[in-house]
Design a protein around this ligand. Structure first.
Ligand SMILES: Nc1ncnc2c1ncn2[C@@H]1O[C@H](COP(=O)(O)OP(=O)(O)O)[C@@H](O)[C@H]1O
Ligand SMILES: [Mg+2]
Length: 131
């Protein structure tokens, strides 16, 4: 497991580098590297914007003989009140584009949100290495 702490806006770039290095090392191609760094930018930006700080945790995962990476984006911020609504294209509570969550889901192989009001949010992204 590898961990990257999010404390400020600067960590958006730091987390991108952290994820790019890891997934390159694991053998993901350029397109998937870009998908994963784009997801990281969006979800870390959300942590900075809505929760202030948090963490990115990366794990190696396996399904049969298929290797992959699981990335968790965690914070102890206000939580997402209505996850279904937050996943809609264009939905924003801060005048953003409302594309971060739905766009990240489209770029992922698996995408899960766990969030509790007042307790925080954990978004899990999995990407599998295709042969
Ligand atoms: N980590 C988070 N904690 C609390 N609320 C969040 C978090 N991430 C996203 N949200 C909520 O979900 C909404 C949609 O997020 P997103 O799709 O990235 O669009 P945008 O950031 O442009 O508003 C945000 O406006 C915010 O209300
Ligand atoms: Mg966003």
């Amino acid at each position: 497991m590898n961990i990257y702490a999010i404390e400020s806006e600067n960590d958006v770039i730091g987390a991108r580098h952290f994820i790019r290095d890891l997934v390159k090392e694991k053998g993901f191609g350029l397109i998937d590297q870009t998908r994963l760094t784009t997801i990281t930018s969006e979800l870390v930006r959300n942590i900075v914007l809505y929760a202030g700080k948090g963490q990115v945790l990366a794990y190696d995962v396996m399904n049969g003989s298929t290797n992959g990476i699981k990335i968790e984006f965690k914070d102890s911020g206000p939580g997402i009140q209505d996850i279904e609504q937050a996943m809609q294209d264009g939905y924003t509570t801060k005048g953003g584009l409302g594309a971060g969550l739905p766009g990240s889901k489209r770029l992922s192989d698996e995408f899960y949100i766990e969030s509790e009001s007042g307790k925080g949010t954990k978004i899990t992204v999995i990407k599998w290495l295709k042969a």
